[in-house]
Design a binder for this molecule. Structure first.
Ligand code: PEP
Ligand code: MN
Length: 280
């Protein structure tokens, strides 16, 4: 990985880990932080119901996408920028941090003002102008791996953000494209320890888009924790079958609660700091 030498993302020594702390929520080595919520925000009622439930169950951050990159232009594209009113409401209704996807620089200032954590989706991992633009904000950035990017390309995309001054980058493995089509993508579980060898940045896993199947989300989540991930980005919906997008891979609230209990036990065994204190 010659192109990684002399980069800011590169790890200097074995114990070099960046810990990102945003309003007392921590991402990084030794912690396990769960971001949960619907694929996309749909209505005020569902947003508040889901946010309150996932907060009670132990998530620290609410996934609340207003813009959806969809394969078909005829499917639900998201609430749009009017949804910032919902973000304001969610801030008053819960203590969760809010995490949202930025699809374009047009909305960046507004979203950076209203949300606590910004996400760059897989399809924009190579959108270097957008990477530089979020690199100029002071918000933590979740950078998702493009479905066909090597780890080196992934880390160089993160470098674009660090290179302009924002070192609060959280890498997210979300599955890659392979010949296998039983799952939506193939979770590259070894990307987690491999990234941890290469970089000091926190690494989380998206067990929802990597599997595409609700039944496989718990196994992917536990595998992520066991492989050394620092957290999860997971889709949860109170009524997945009625969800406007990705219902087939969203956990309902009971399934999420069960998974969080299992993860909590595992996290305790592994000596993780912040996960166990949330539920206790
Ligand atoms: C998402 O997390 O909402 C999403 C669209 O995932 P990805 O960018 O990984 O496809
Ligand atoms: Mn989704």
């Amino acid at each position: 990985m010659k192109r990684l030498s002399e980069t800011k993302v590169q790890k200097n020594n074995k114990e070099h880990f960046t810990i990102i702390e945003e309003k007392s929520v921590i991402f990084g080595e030794g912690h396990f932080t769960v971001i949960a919520g619907p694929c996309a925000l749909e209505s005020e009622e569902i947003a508040i119901k889901t946010a309150r439930a996932v907060e009670h169950i132990g998530a620290k951050v609410f996934r609340c996408s207003l813009f959806k990159p969809r394969t078909s232009p005829y499917t639900y594209q998201g609430y749009g920028i009017d949804g910032v009113k919902l973000l304001q409401l969610l801030h008053t209704e819960t203590n969760l941090l809010l995490e949202t996807e930025v699809l374009s620089t047009d909305h960046l200032d507004t979203l950076a003002y209203e949300a606590d954590i910004l996400r760059i989706g897989s399809r924009n991992m190579d959108n270097y102008e957008l990477l530089k633009a979020v690199g100029k904000t002071n918000k933590p950035i979740i950078l998702k791996r493009n479905m066909s990017a090597t780890l080196e390309e992934f880390l160089l995309a993160a470098e674009y953000i660090l290179s302009v001054g924002n070192d609060k980058v959280i890498l997210c493995e979300r599955g890659i494209r392979t010949f296998e089509n039983y799952t939506r993508n193939t979770l590259d579980i070894l990307a987690v320890p491999a990234l941890k060898e290469l970089t000091h940045l926190p690494v989380i896993v998206d067990p929802s888009h990597s599997t595409g199947k609700r039944s496989l989300v718990p196994a992917a989540s536990k595998a992520a924790l066991a492989a050394g991930a620092d957290g999860l980005l997971i889709e949860v919906h109170p009524d997945p079958l009625r969800s406007y997008s990705d219902g087939q891979q969203s956990l309902d609230l009971l399934e999420f609660e069960k998974l969080m209990k299992e993860l909590s036990e595992m996290a305790n065994l592994l000596g993780k700091k912040s996960f166990s204190t949330v539920l206790s």
